[in-house]
Design a protein around this ligand. Structure first.
Ligand SMILES: [Ca+2]
Ligand SMILES: [Ca+2]
Length: 276
């Protein structure tokens, strides 16, 4: 009995320091459809993204959401078509890997699906916790006015350590495979977003809150707070929790400056979106 335990402990202590790194498959599990496609399960020829984008090619990217754990900088401008050198990302995001799906190559069909697996993206030195997402562009030349799609954020699994076996590789499907595909659903904005009027901020001493109204024509998207600077000079933005750090009632945002949930943020950022 005691020998068995010692063997188990030996195994655990040998393996633990080596657990680091990622291996991520990122691909469509069912299929990609053009912007506005109502039927994202169709197998009728001519309905796939690569049959409707003019080139039969599209760029997909595996993107790290950065240290703020939000897509881009948390604003609605998620793609910067002028930032081709860095894969069109905004904020502190960066492209971990990318590939072009080309219809007819490596078994890729007009929906971007292939039963021939490409190798996963492997980085044995990766040790950053956080989130990644996959972005699909209309084609492989992103530009203003073209559609794209972002998957939800996925927590990165840092448990990959054996490049001889992909048994522990992580899957990030672009679509909710295997039941249906996805249609592109966002547009790369043309020009900068309009800047909403900055409202007055009131300090309410009785409630120990900062209060401000969301500008007319906009709705609250998120509230971020920062306590210090990162090595790259940017703020260490973290999402604040509604109920614990702030309240949003009828378009008035109240940020707590005291109490159990009060965050010690030095800087607050309020994100708004235009009303639909
Ligand atoms: Ca980010
Ligand atoms: Ca294009």
């Amino acid at each position: 009995m005691s020998k068995l335990f010692s063997i188990l402990f030996a195994v655990v202590f040998c393996v633990s320091p080596a657990i680091a790194g990622i291996a991520v498959w990122y691909c469509p599990g069912y299929g990609l459809y053009p912007y506005g496609a109502a039927n994202v399960t169709s197998t009728v020829p001519g309905t796939g993204l690569l049959a409707n984008n003019g080139s039969g090619r599209t760029l997909i990217q595996l993107i790290y959401a950065g240290f703020d754990h939000v897509v881009g900088d948390g604003s609605d401008n998620r793609v910067n078509p002028a930032n081709a050198a860095n894969g069109y990302v905004t904020g502190d995001d960066w492209v971990m890997a990318s590939t072009v799906l080309s219809r007819g190559m490596q078994g890729v069909d007009e929906w971007g699906f292939s039963s021939t697996l490409r190798p996963p993206h492997v980085d044995l030195d990766w040790n950053l916790t956080g989130f990644a997402y996959v972005r699909v562009f209309h084609d492989d030349t992103p530009q203003d006015g073209e559609a794209y799609y972002d998957t939800p954020l996925v927590s990165l699994d840092l448990g990959f350590f054996d490049p001889t076996s992909f048994a522990f590789a992580q899957w990030i499907f672009i679509d909710p495979a295997p039941v249906s595909g996805v249609a592109l659903n966002r547009y790369i904005g043309s020009g900068p977003a309009p800047t909403p009027q900055i409202p007055s901020i009131l300090y309410l001493p009785g409630d120990q809150r900062l209060s401000l109204g969301v500008p007319g024509g906009y709705r609250l998207n998120r509230v971020l707070g920062a306590t210090g600077l990162l090595g790259n000079g940017g703020w260490d933005w973290q999402p604040l929790a509604e109920g614990a750090d702030y309240e949003n009632q009828s378009g008035t945002v109240s940020i707590f400056t005291a109490g159990a949930g009060a965050a010690p943020q030095r800087v607050i950022r309020i994100g708004v979106l235009p009303d639909p």
